[in-house]
Design a protein around this ligand. Structure first.
Ligand SMILES: Cc1ncc(COP(=O)(O)O)c(C=O)c1O
Length: 419
């Protein structure tokens, strides 16, 4: 960290910065394999963050990495894309039922920003509706947390609604009037420092109908949840189909590539926007993406992650109760959010994950976590042995655990935005 602070502002930035985590969380890592990672001091952890989502099949997955290595031997960033780009587009269009075409980019923010531009190009209108407090990326239009360097104009054409609240969405649609270009929704509510919750089918249906009535586009931001809830776009299970969907994180099991998928009627608009980047068409991530799509089609990865997540959830619930704590475990079991009941300043959550970290289990006290399919039943048992000790240690120092001062301004801002 000392070396980093000399040459990187604050030593680190962004979502992988440990600034909001408890003291002692490692910032730099030397190695990752399967469901485990090692920090630069050589400490080993069972990793429940999975690189904040990209690790779906396990770090260093044999088939996916072999496909990437074979492509790397032939060429990666070249004067034009490889055949792998077409193969990846074919695989994604075949996998995602609403998709008639695919465009690739690098990060989730690229995909959501391209979706916004495509909706505007398709409709010739400006207003985009997004959930209040919902994270859609680190671009000016999307950032909702206090951040310096932004201008009000960056969000001049973004209108916020309350997630799952039909009335609030109806108000936002009304406010957009005849300038509604699109509505962007995440497939479930998965924001930091909060309980997660699934969408109300009536809310999804209302979003779909509002877009249809206005000729606007319904956009699903599946960057975080994509292929973790379903082998299709995450809201298809609710009988609702979007016009555009945004993908990233897990689609190439950690190789850098993201995607915008869309229906036929949006193809022309998507083809009319400026969308490019020096590394967007590199062939290695595309080859990894093709192999990842094969693993999604052909393996029981989804059922495995759900089973492991459920076993973890049930074990933790029993342990917490046995030690006199109550957990609020929300969201899908394979993307767990774990908060403590009666812990408004997060002191118990922070202290417990610190005890778990000291015992080799890497958890988050404020962000939803991720289960990868490389996590075994034995790994879950080992995790539970360690978390049981962590609960016991927390119980022993329950009365002296201190509130977490550094997160309070952010927590207060989030609470205010949710009111
Ligand atoms: C729902 C959602 N959308 C968009 C993004 C932005 O993706 P990226 O960080 O790859 O730009 C994220 C990242 O966490 C996300 O969770």
């Amino acid at each position: 960290m000392e070396r980093a602070r000399a040459v990187i502002p604050n030593g680190m930035y962004g979502h992988e910065s440990v600034a909001l985590l408890p003291e002692g969380y490692p910032q730099f890592f030397s190695r990752a394999e399967g469901a485990r990672l090692w920090d630069v001091d050589g400490n080993e952890y069972l990793d429940y963050m999975c690189a904040f989502g990209p690790n779906l099949f396990g770090y260093g997955h044999a088939e996916i990495d072999t496909a990437a290595a074979a492509q790397r031997a032939r060429g990666d960033t070249m004067t034009g894309p490889g055949e792998a780009m077409v193969a990846f587009a074919e695989a994604m269009v075949a996998q995602v039922s609403h998709a008639d075409w695919a465009m690739f980019c690098k990060n989730g923010t690229d995909a959501t920003s391209m979706a916004v531009a495509t909706a505007r190009a398709h409709t010739g209108r400006g207003k985009i509706l997004v959930g209040r407090g919902t994270y859609h990326g680190a671009s000016g239009w999307a950032i909702q947390r206090a951040s310096r360097g932004l201008m009000p104009e960056d969000k001049a054409h973004v209108i916020h609604f309350r997630y799952n609240d039909v009335e609030s969405l109806a108000d936002a649609v009304k406010m957009a009037g005849d300038d509604l270009a699109g509505i962007m929704i995440t497939p479930f509510r998965h924001e930091v420092f909060q309980d997660q919750f699934l969408p109300d089918p009536a809310f999804l249906q209302f979003a779909r109908e509002s877009c249809d009535r206005a000729g606007a586009l319904l956009i699903v931001d599946d960057v975080r949840a994509g292929f973790r809830l379903d082998r299709d776009c995450s809201i298809e299970a609710y009988g609702v189909s979007p016009d555009l969907s945004c993908w990233g994180k897990a689609i190439a099991n950690g190789q850098p590539v993201s995607a915008l998928l869309g229906v036929e009627k949006a193809r022309q608009a998507a083809g009319s926007i400026v969308a490019t980047g020096s590394f967007w068409f590199s062939a290695v991530p595309m080859a990894a993406g093709v192999a990842t799509m094969r693993a999604i089609r052909e393996t029981d990865y989804l059922e495995r992650t759900i089973a492991r997540g459920t076993a973890l959830r049930e074990g933790l619930q029993q342990q917490a109760a046995a030690h006199g704590f109550t957990l609020r475990q929300t969201g899908p079991a394979q993307m767990p959010q774990i908060l403590f009941e009666e812990d408004p300043d997060f002191r118990f959550g922070y202290a417990w994950v610190t005890e778990a970290l000291d015992r080799g289990v890497y958890l988050s006290p404020y962000h939803n976590m991720f289960i990868c399919s490389a996590l075994t039943e034995a790994d879950v048992r080992l995790t539970l042995e360690r978390t049981d000790d962590a609960f016991a240690a927390l119980k022993a120092r329950r009365s002296s655990v201190q509130p977490v001062e550094k997160i309070q301004p952010l927590v207060e801002a989030i609470r205010a935005a949710n009111r």
